[in-house]
Design a protein around this ligand. Structure first.
Ligand SMILES: [Zn+2]
Ligand SMILES: [Zn+2]
Length: 341
């Protein structure tokens, strides 16, 4: 770990990048699960290291179990399109998003609970006319929540559509865990890979010049990010981002899978844009927060379209491992892409 801030005065080891206040050990890695030849021990260590801590994705499974047990309307009521259960689903999504976004932002940025420790980029949230209301935080909150078109399209409408269709038996479902316990467990892993795969491709799509200009540029106004930047998307991007739920229309899913998947997308974006590598409580590491992999994408644009869970960026030549050599390679590639023909 490399730390360079006013509080810690840590020594800067060779290989550290001067471009950041903090960055994890470089070069950053990607999941070894898909490495060839296979590396079963490394793959298992990665999966255990990322899945068995009370941090995403495990925290999303816990929250999904609580939601399905206590908060989700009974499946039978969702057979007909009725305002009651639809509003209940909207309230669940709004409630968790507001609670998590507010908690992360207040702790990290308002009360500066860990000052600059483990913060990737030292710059504060911007006050600039580039943003709606001239303020990055309010802009991000607005485009995440207050823009009803965005929010309803993003998350709630997809969830409502799925449960209505599933309640009517129009798609394959897993009515109980006992019906297929192996599939029940395995599907969580598949969903994690699916999320990474789907995100990579929709992300490449919205980086095409027309869609970038009219859609994705709204998210990319955030060069430095905070929790609320995660869901600050144009409605078209939101609709594509949450369309990953379509996998549940094809593969048999339990409600816990669907809610987990939606939390991984919705709440996961708040974590991954936190701007800090980990949350510290009383100087102790409490949980994983931001994603340096994605922070690199926000700063350099033409790299790291996917996530660490699948090495798609490596396979397609867009991986930035955080080193200065990778920045040089990426700039050379950009020159080739954007050179006048
Ligand atoms: Zn992008
Ligand atoms: Zn982002």
């Amino acid at each position: 770990m490399v730390q360079r801030d006013t509080n810690a005065q840590a020594e800067v080891p060779p290989g550290a990048s001067k471009a950041w206040n903090f960055h994890p050990k470089l070069p950053i890695g990607l999941s070894p699960v898909f490495d060839m030849p296979p590396k079963p021990r490394a793959a298992l260590a990665w999966l255990l290291g990322t899945w068995f801590k009370l941090a995403p994705p495990l925290s999303h499974i816990v929250l999904a179990v609580i939601t399905v047990a206590f908060l989700l309307p009974p499946i039978e009521t969702m057979r007909t399109l009725d305002a009651g259960w639809m509003l209940q689903i909207a309230a669940i999504n709004f409630g968790f998003a507001i609670a998590l976004g507010t908690a992360l932002h207040t702790y990290l940025y308002v009360f500066a609970g860990q000052q600059m420790r483990l913060k990737f980029d030292v710059r504060p949230m911007e006050k600039s006319s580039r943003f709606t209301f001239g303020n990055q935080v309010w802009d991000n909150v607005f485009w995440s929540l207050a823009s009803s078109v965005t929010f309803w399209t993003l998350w709630t409408l997809w969830t409502i559509l799925y449960f209505h269709v599933a309640a009517n038996g129009w798609v394959p479902t897993l009515s109980s865990i006992g019906q297929s316990p192996i599939w029940f467990v395995a599907f969580f892993f598949i969903l994690r890979f699916w999320q990474s795969f789907h995100f990579y491709w929709i992300h490449r799509l919205i980086h095409m010049p027309f869609l970038f200009k009219h859609v994705h540029s709204l998210h990319h106004r955030n060069v430095n990010v905070g929790p609320w930047s995660g869901l600050a998307m144009h409605p078209v991007e939101g609709c594509l981002y949450f369309s990953g739920i379509l996998i549940h229309f094809v593969l048999p899913s339990h409600p816990i899978h669907v809610i987990f998947h939606m939390y991984a997308l919705g709440l996961g974006a708040l974590y991954s844009h936190a701007g800090f590598d980990k949350l510290l409580i009383k100087d102790k590491e409490a949980m994983k927060a931001g994603s340096f992999h994605h922070q690199l994408h926000h700063r350099y644009f033409e790299c790291n379209y996917g996530s660490e869970e699948m090495p798609l960026d490596r396979w397609f030549g867009s991986f930035h491992d955080g080193t200065e050599a990778a920045t040089k390679r990426m700039r050379a590639r950009k020159k080739l892409i954007f050179a006048p023909k």
